[in-house]
Each structure stands twice: as structure tokens, then as C-alpha cells.
Design a protein around this ligand. Structure first.
Ligand code: NDP
Length: 599
């Protein structure tokens, strides 16, 4: 980079690259992804369901259905809806919570809201003739929408709530799955679709002494309103005389900190790595705009957003928000270089656009946070997509309140928890309550996160088959486990707008199940060749991303700073979501179910 270029840009890319490296190195830990404490044994109360009034009493089920879906979140609901549209009646959805909603059932913390635009994020809006109240709507409306999908598609009739799958077994003679649960069920199903959710198992930090704390504690995904008072809009009156610690500063903390800060007597926010906090600019839905929407509008908007976020070019940026801005930056950066842009330089331009965006985010901290040392500590020094970008217009200002302190740990994290409180930087902070905003397991074994293992053909266990990394065809089928579909972003499409990818997967699965149900097909199973070829392609494409991931600050996107062959193999399809959608669409159009063995 020439000096004049650095001056034109307003920053020095080499200096920033070095600063990012130093900040990352501070955070690299030998224990990587094993640092966290699993929520089990003495800690299992952290995942108790605080939202149910009573435990449903029912007899164990031993009956048979055509299709059994595990998980009643967005993925299960969308798939259930698409199956209903395709005429599948004999359906069951198993859900461990007390109702539909998944992520939005569990995450009811104050301030929870989507930060992908609600008009593209909430599934099936046109089908339900509904437009959300706000551009980034709040959690209660999203949860209500989940319930409405359940009603509209008659999915309550086939739901088993408060039921946790404990194991799946393939009955080779009958060509059926036997599904065991914590309710002593042994249901049978021709097809099983696993929708366990990517962020469903809460984790606790690996902090010494966590079990010795005598005050009140809970995880953000099981918010204890009985203790805090108030509700999803805040007004947490129960905290008025309480000293509260929040550990973690990820996307969840960013949304709940302003509410806790507004209500608690004292709030300490313990930070290991700051999030990037961009403008949110939420606003109520314009009713005139909502009334003007033409049929097909939601699909068009979803595709527009996804094309932009995949680096494609569209005439108009319909969503026009922080997610699409990075792409607009790139395009303007390319123009800055002149019309004859050399596209082999795109990675470098991407990095410049990213530096530019993050400089803007860091400058925003200075404009909103009064104390200069606090402002400096809140500045993120890494590339924007190393961690989940956040968008909020009140979080940073919360640190101007007299009763709120940021306890920055310079990347080292909380040192210890004592009977009385939290120790960081050698100082003990006595508190009445610790709220763990420490996220969810990612990168641990699939069967661990799911909470059950599968026994497929010939006694093959899924945990054994995937011990060295997932092996799938299209991310959806895995050999040795016939009539089973995995819905996740591993070896499949990853997109910022997750429900979009789920809908594409749901259409694909419905197509295959329909072929089977209408064509007298007993089993479908990935062929060895198709699976090997798909895994090979995933690994080959992932190599292009390896350097970037390794340069990132630790987090769940890069296996806590230690990307390895297994975490890379478990990643998404490397060319992006739109190319993935084109592959599976073309596969359906071709019509011969290539890569699947059919009996
Ligand atoms: P995250 O995993 O993103 O954040 C966990 C936080 O805990 C991090 O700040 C982490 O620090 C911190 N932490 C972990 N261990 C320690 C320790 N020993 N000492 C101090 N701090 C520690 O979890 P979230 O629940 O915030 O978010 C999870 C995901 O859920 C998001 O990435 C997003 O995908 C989704 N989400 C989406 C929302 C939306 O759409 N609106 C809202 C909320 C969440 P460090 O960064 O250093 O690891």
C-alpha cells in the first residue's frame, strides 16, 4: 500500500492489520473450544424451562407417522408448513419447549429482537397475510408469529411439546425410525427431519469457582422475570436494589444491557471482546408501504437481500441496512479504484472495505461514549465478520450512566467467581445476581448438542460416523441413515437470513418426501460416491477461507481461534448460499434423484 493511498483512505491498512493480529493473539487460548462449562449435572438447572406452568401429563406414544420433525422452531415450522402444503397429513413435531418458537421460545430476555430485517426474517409472511410492526421487530411478536404459523398449518394437532428425543434407531426390517424420548415414547416414523437448531444448547463460561457463587444466577436464554420483574420491554423493577453482573458482550448482551442498566442499582458488564455495534435505525412499519406490497414481495425481498449479501449485484438494495452496507462499501471501493477493476484484487478490496466499515464503527463509539477509556475499550479490532455484527442504538450510551460500569478484561475474561461475586483484573466485584450472556455451544459434537445419538444401518452410530467431521450429501443426507434429513448450515447454505436457507431446504426435503410417498419408495439413502464427492467439495472450497478464519479473533465462527480440519469440514458450502440453492434446484429439475440410492 502506497503512503498516498493510506492518506486517501484515512487509515493505514498495514497498521490496522498488525493491530488486529495483536488483539487476536491476546485472546488465543490453549483450551480453545473446550474452555466452556457444559450445562449438565449440577448446572442442569440452567436449562430448566421457566416458561411452562405445568408439566403435561400424557401416555407414552408407540404409534407411527409418515414424517417426524424434531424441533418446533423456525426450521420445524417452515418444514411442517411446506409439508402440509404438499398434502402430507400424517406428521408429528417433537419439541422440548412448551410451545412452538425454538430460539424465540427460549430467548425472551428484555430487548430481544431480530436484527435481520423482519420483513425477510419472519417466515411465511405472505402465506399468513401479515406484515410485522417494525423493521426489526421484537421477540414477543416473533413468538406470536410462530404460534400463528402453528395454527394456520394445523401443526398444533401433531405437536408433542415438553418432549425431548433421547435416541433414534433404524429398524431395518420395517424400514422405519424408532424415536425414543424422555416420555418413554417409542414412536415410529418413515422419515425423520432433524431441526435441532444451530444455537440451542446454552453454555457457561469456564470460570473457576462458578459453582461457589451464593447469589442468584441465570442464563439469558432462560430469563428469570420472577427475579428481575418487568418484561420483554424492560422496566425490571426487581433489580432496583440489586447489584448485577452481566458476563459476555455478544449479540444477546448488546440487546439486554440497556434494559438492565436502566433498572439495576448497579450494573457491571464484564467484557472479554467488544462486539461491533453499528446503527440499527429501527422504525415502525409504514402502513401505506405495507398496503402497497404486491404478491410475491417477500420472496423477491429475501432474494434481493441474499444476492447482495453473497456479493452479487442488484439494481436496488431493497433492505438497505447494515448487513448490505458492507457490499455497498465494496462496490464503492471498486469504483474508487477506477472502472477497470481487476477482480483478482477483490479479496484485497474486501479487506479495505472491511477496514473502512470498522473504522466507522470505532468512530461511532467515540461519538456516543463520554469516558474516553471506556470508549477505547468498547472498540472492536477485528474484521467485521470474524464475530457476529451487532446493531443497536442504545447499547453504547448505556455506559454513560452513573450506575453502569464496563469491566474490560483486555481479552482475558473473568478470572474467578467467588461466593460473593465476580473477580476480574484482580478486583472482586460483589453482586446480588450474575447473568450469563455467554452464548451457546457451537463446534461441539452434533449428537452432544442435539442431546441424542442415532443408530443407523448395521448398528452404525452417527457420533462414530461423524467423529472426524460431518459426512453428508448436500448437507442433508448421510449414508447409513436412510430416510433421515439433517437441517443445518453445515455443509449446506449459510446466510445472514437463516430462515431463507431453511425454506430452501424445506422445499427440497418436501420434494424428496413427496417422490417417496407418491412413488412407493421405501428408502432413500445417500450413495457413497455422492457423499464422498460432496464432502470433498466442501473441504476444497473451505480452504479458500482458511487463512481468513485463522486471522480472526477467537469466537464460535472460527472454533475459538483454532480452525482445524474437522471444524472446516463442518462448515458451510464455501461458494455461498445462492450457488448452493442453484445446485439443489438444478438437482430437483434434473429429476433422477442422482446421488441417492432408492429402494
Ligand atoms: P456469544 O457466543 O456471541 O457471546 C458470548 C459472550 O460471552 C462473548 O462476549 C464472550 O466473549 C463472552 N465470554 C465467554 N466466556 C467468557 C469469560 N470467561 N469471561 C468473559 N466473557 C466471556 O453469545 P450470544 O448469546 O450473545 O449470541 C449468540 C448468537 O445468537 C449470536 O452470534 C447470534 O447469531 C444470535 N443472536 C441473534 C440475535 C438477533 O438476531 N437479534 C440476538 C442475540 C443473539 P468473547 O467474544 O471474547 O468470546
Amino acid at each position: 500500500m502506497q503512503k498516498s493511498d493510506a492518506t486517501d483512505l484515512g487509515f493505514d491498512p498495514d497498521a490496522l492489520r498488525e493491530k488486529y493480529r495483536i488483539e487476536r493473539d491476546k485472546r488465543l487460548r490453549a483450551d480453545g473450544n473446550t474452555q466452556y462449562r457444559q450445562v449438565e449435572g449440577d448446572f442442569s438447572h440452567y436449562v430448566d424451562d421457566p416458561y411452562i406452568d405445568a408439566v403435561i401429563d400424557r401416555e407414552p406414544l408407540r404409534d407411527e407417522v409418515d414424517v417426524l420433525i424434531i424441533g418446533g422452531g423456525f426450521g420445524g415450522l417452515i418444514t411442517g408448513a411446506r409439508l402440509r402444503e404438499a398434502g402430507v397429513q400424517n406428521l408429528r413435531i417433537i419439541e422440548k419447549g412448551g410451545d412452538f418458537g425454538g430460539t424465540w421460545y427460549w430467548n425472551r430476555y428484555p430487548g430481544a429482537a431480530c436484527d435481520t430485517e423482519s420483513y425477510i426474517y419472519l417466515p411465511l409472511l405472505e402465506e399468513l397475510d401479515f406484515v410485522p410492526k417494525e423493521k426489526y421487530t421484537h421477540a414477543p411478536e416473533i413468538l406470536q408469529h410462530c404460534h400463528n404459523i402453528g395454527e394456520k398449518y394445523d401443526l398444533y394437532r401433531c405437536a408433542c411439546f415438553q418432549t425431548q428425543v433421547t435416541g433414534l434407531e433404524w429398524d431395518e426390517v420395517a424400514a422405519r425410525w424408532i424415536v425414543h424420548t424422555n416420555r418413554d415414547d417409542a414412536m415410529r416414523a418413515r422419515f425423520v427431519i432433524m431441526n435441532n437448531g444451530p444455537l440451542s444448547r446454552p453454555k457457561l463460561p469456564g470460570i473457576d469457582g462458578i459453582e461457589t457463587y451464593k447469589g442468584h444466577t441465570f442464563h439469558t436464554s432462560r430469563w428469570d422475570y420472577q427475579y428481575t420483574g418487568g418484561g420483554p420491554d424492560g422496566d425490571l423493577s426487581g433489580l432496583a436494589d440489586k447489584r448485577v453482573a452481566i458476563i459476555g458482550t455478544g449479540a444477546t448482551a448488546v440487546q439486554c444491557v440497556p434494559h438492565v442498566g436502566a433498572s439495576a442499582r448497579q450494573l457491571y458488564v464484564f467484557q472479554r471482546t467488544p462486539s461491533s455495534i453499528d446503527v440499527r435505525a429501527n422504525r415502525p412499519t409504514d402502513p401505506t408501504w405495507a398496503a402497497s406490497l404486491e404478491p410475491g414481495w417477500q420472496r423477491k425481498r429475501m432474494e434481493n437481500f441474499n444476492t447482495l449479501c453473497s456479493g452479487g449485484i442488484v439494481e436496488e438494495d431493497l433492505v438497505h441496512d447494515g448487513w448490505t452496507e458492507i457490499i455497498r462499501n465494496l462496490i464503492s471501493m471498486a469504483n474508487y479504484r477506477g472502472k477497470d477493476t481487476d477482480w483478482s484484487k477483490v479479496p484485497e478490496l474486501m479487506e479495505l472495505a472491511d477496514f473502512q466499515k470498522m473504522e466507522q464503527i470505532r468512530a461511532r463509539v467515540d461519538t456516543l461514549v463520554e469516558d474516553t477509556a471506556t470508549a477505547e475499550a468498547l472498540k472492536p479490532y477485528y474484521r467485521q465478520f470474524c464475530k457476529r455484527p451487532c446493531f443497536h442504538d442504545a447499547y453504547l450510551q448505556t455506559f454513560n450512566l452513573d450506575n453502569v460500569d464496563l469491566i474490560d478484561t483486555a481479552g482475558q475474561g473473568v478470572e474467578r467467581i467467588t461466593e460473593k461475586g465476580v473477580v476480574a483484573n484482580g478486583v472482586e466485584y460483589p453482586v446480588d445476581c450474575i447473568i450469563f450472556a455467554t452464548g451457546f455451544e457451537v463446534g461441539t459434537e452434533y449428537t452432544r448438542r442435539a442431546g441424542y445419538d442415532l443408530i443407523g444401518k448395521g448398528g452404525l452410530k452417527l457420533s462414530d460416523k461423524w467423529a472426524d467431521g460431518m459426512r453428508t450429501f448436500h448437507g442433508l443426507h448421510t449414508r447409513g441413515f436412510p430416510n433421515l434429513f439433517v437441517m443445518s448450515n453445515s455443509q449446506a447454505a449459510f446466510t445472514t437470513n437463516f430462515p431463507h436457507a431453511m425454506d430452501e431446504a424445506a422445499h427440497h426435503i418436501c420434494y424428496i418426501i413427496n417422490q417417496a410417498l407418491s412413488g412407493n419408495i421405501a428408502t432413500i439413502e445417500a450413495s457413497q460416491e455422492a457423499e464422498d464427492a460432496w464432502v470433498e467439495e466442501i473441504i476444497t472450497l473451505a480452504r479458500y477461507n482458511e487463512e481468513y478464519l485463522a486471522s480472526c479473533t477467537p469466537g464460535y465462527y472460527n472454533n475459538e481461534g483454532k480452525p482445524n480440519p474437522k471444524s472446516i469440514q463442518n462448515g458451510a458450502y464455501g461458494k455461498g448460499s445462492n450457488p448452493y440453492f442453484r445446485i439443489v434446484n438444478a438437482w430437483r429439475e434434473e429429476g433422477s434423484m442422482q446421488g441417492l440410492e432408492i429402494n
